[in-house]
Ligand binder design. Structure first.
Ligand SMILES: NC(=O)c1ccc[n+]([C@@H]2O[C@H](COP(=O)([O-])OP(=O)(O)OC[C@H]3O[C@@H](n4cnc5c(N)ncnc54)[C@H](OP(=O)(O)O)[C@@H]3O)[C@@H](O)[C@H]2O)c1
Length: 257
């Protein structure tokens, strides 16, 4: 039975922010496990390259561009996926942005709106559209990629931290409301993972060493370190788990002074 729980053959998985980093790794894993994976982000070219690299795996991948903050894009995306595949079994809300670094109190309204549009409003309204389709088919699973910054303020990333705290609450609110429709909603909260998004952190020798030294596992994360938790929460192995969060940070802070 345990093998079947990690078999995603016949399942349709929609992943935002799938053109690189964590989203790309997660997409590769679902493809390995037999799913039809829909990759989305703003840039069609980048997505096409990822889809091309995934050819030859057990599942299949297709790429549809969508800015998660834009209502029209979200609607077109879901319509296209339903037209092509007839259903969505799993949604991974992974795309996020952070255009500013520094004290939260200095953030202007434009930057605030951008962060919330992509990191919170997008996942909420995409979940709303997708949940309606999932409910028609008797259920599904939503996995939100939050951050440890949503649990404890991250220096210089204050507004981003607020948005991720919001995403964790969104996870619990939707879990409570959608459970009766057979839809589970969970989150993962990664620590520092070596991607383009976190370059400013891991390319800075001082900050990198501080994080590594405080980490129980003594290293920063790689995108594929996040994959297992997402796949677990998305499938039947987690069939009695909803409204929860898994921290994926290698024990960062456990060795802190
Ligand atoms: N890396 C870390 O240390 C870390 C730690 C904790 C949490 N996280 C979370 O992990 C998730 C993935 O981050 P990552 O590190 O893999 O970042 P990444 O490598 O920079 O990838 C971000 C992805 O999001 C897409 N994206 C950005 N803005 C978008 C928008 N408006 N609409 C649709 N797609 C958009 C990007 O593609 P396009 O440019 O083509 O749109 C890209 O595919 C994010 O939610 C992030 O907050 C990351």
């Amino acid at each position: 039975m345990i093998k079947e729980w990690f078999d995603f053959s016949g399942k349709v998985v929609l992943i935002t922010g799938a053109s690189r980093g964590i989203g790309e790794s997660v997409a590769g894993a679902f493809c390995d496990l037999g799913a039809s994976v829909v990759l989305t982000s703003r840039k069609q070219d980048a997505l096409d390259k990822v889809a091309c690299n995934l050819q030859g795996k057990s599942g299949k991948a297709c790429a549809i561009a969508c800015h998660v903050g834009k209502e029209e894009d979200r609607k077109k995306l879901v319509d296209q996926v339903i037209q092509q595949f007839g259903k969505i079994d799993v949604l991974v809300n992974n795309a996020a942005t952070n255009p500013v670094f520094g004290p939260a109190i200095n953030t202007d309204e434009g930057a605030w709106d951008k962060i919330f549009e992509v990191n919170l409003k997008g996942p909420f309204f995409l979940s709303k559209l997708v949940a309606a389709k999932m409910a028609e088919k008797g259920g599904g699973a939503i996995v939100n990629v939050a951050s440890v910054a949503g649990l404890k303020p991250m220096m210089g990333l204050g507004v981003y931290s607020i948005s991720k705290a919001g995403l964790l609450m969104l996870t619990r609110v939707l879990a409570a409301e959608l459970g009766e429709k057979g839809i589970r909603v969970n989150a993962v909260a990664p620590g520092v993972i070596k991607t383009k998004f976190s370059e400013a952190i891991w390319k800075n020798d001082f900050i990198r060493k501080v994080v590594e030294q405080s980490s129980a596992l003594g290293r920063l994360g790689e995108p594929d370190d996040v994959v297992g938790a997402v796949v677990f929460l998305a499938g039947p192995a987690a069939k009695y788990i909803t409204g929860q969060m898994i921290v994926v940070d290698g024990g960062t802070g456990l060795k802190g002074a």
